[in-house]
Design a binder for this molecule. Structure first.
Ligand code: MG
Length: 274
């Protein structure tokens, strides 16, 4: 059943560098307070992250307990680049893995004949849909790069020999190597969020609802691209201060004056003031 009343707006947050402290990875209470205030005004809230489900279960959802207006909206997070949906309702956590985009079923092929003991990184087994290797704490970045680049070549060789190159892709970040589905990403998370929005908003009303996507990396703009393509009035709030090359006529981009969590807070304050 669709609601008669339109939501005031829709907020979609990347987590790392946007609503958490980059160093401790703790979600900022001051940001949750502002989101709670906006939910009271009728905003809906979603999270869209590359983080694992366990991060959301341990670090995000317990904190929401103190924010009744956020909880009232049955918040959910798309985790692992859109492949795992975690929903929080009445104190219970439910999750769903979009199996068609999970790549853990290829683990045996990818790691075939490979030594999986490493000096500078380890396998992050908390991921349920991706295969991730992460730098050990305190390890020198150059040493890590050399070892992981070598390992990446071996993985790539297995990927080719099992003919998986059309399904999987290998993405290296500063501190990790993700083996993931080609179609996973912030846009996949946005697709799932739009499906949820359809449960209370008619398609014909989309052009009357403002969506604000928040990110600190260039890849986060994929959320705005998707919402704009689905006829929402979309604004991307870039708190990473590097938006210059991503002008688009389909959605508006705002680069915050402050960066990271402080930038998110700055923009949420503006929204509260209306
Ligand atoms: Mg981020």
């Amino acid at each position: 059943m669709l609601m008669n009343k339109l939501p005031t707006g829709i907020l979609v947050f990347d987590i790392d560098g946007v609503i958490n402290d980059k160093h401790t990875t703790e979600i900022k209470e001051s940001i949750l307070q502002k989101i709670d205030e906006l939910c009271k005004k009728g905003y809906k809230v979603y999270f869209n992250t590359g983080r694992s489900m366990s991060y959301c279960v341990e670090m995000l959802f317990p904190k929401l307990q103190n924010y009744p207006n956020i909880l009232a909206h049955k918040p959910f997070a798309m985790c692992e680049k859109g492949v795992v949906k975690v929903q929080y309702e009445n104190g219970k956590i439910q999750h769903q893995v979009l199996e068609q985009y999970s790549v853990v079923k290829y683990t045996d092929e990818l790691l075939k004949d490979l030594d999986v003991e490493f000096e500078t990184f380890f396998r992050d087994t908390s991921k349920v849909s991706m295969i991730t290797f992460e730098k050990k704490l305190g390890v020198n970045l150059d040493k890590f790069d050399i070892e992981i680049d070598h390992f990446t070549k071996l993985i790539q060789r297995n990927l080719n020999s099992f003919n998986l190159q059309n399904i999987l892709t290998i993405e290296k970040t500063v501190i990790a190597l993700d083996i993931q589905h080609k179609f996973s990403g912030k846009d996949l998370g946005a697709v799932e969020i739009v499906k949820e929005v359809e449960s209370y908003l008619a398609k014909s009303d989309r052009e009357n609802v403002s969506v604000f996507t928040f990110g600190d990396s260039p890849s986060d703009a994929a959320m705005a691209v998707h919402f704009a393509s689905q006829n929402f009035v979309t604004t991307h709030v870039d708190v990473g201060a590097k938006a210059s090359d991503r002008e688009s006529s389909d959605y508006k981009t705002i680069v915050s004056k402050n960066t990271f969590e402080a930038g998110t807070e700055e923009f949420l304050e503006l929204l509260i003031l209306g």
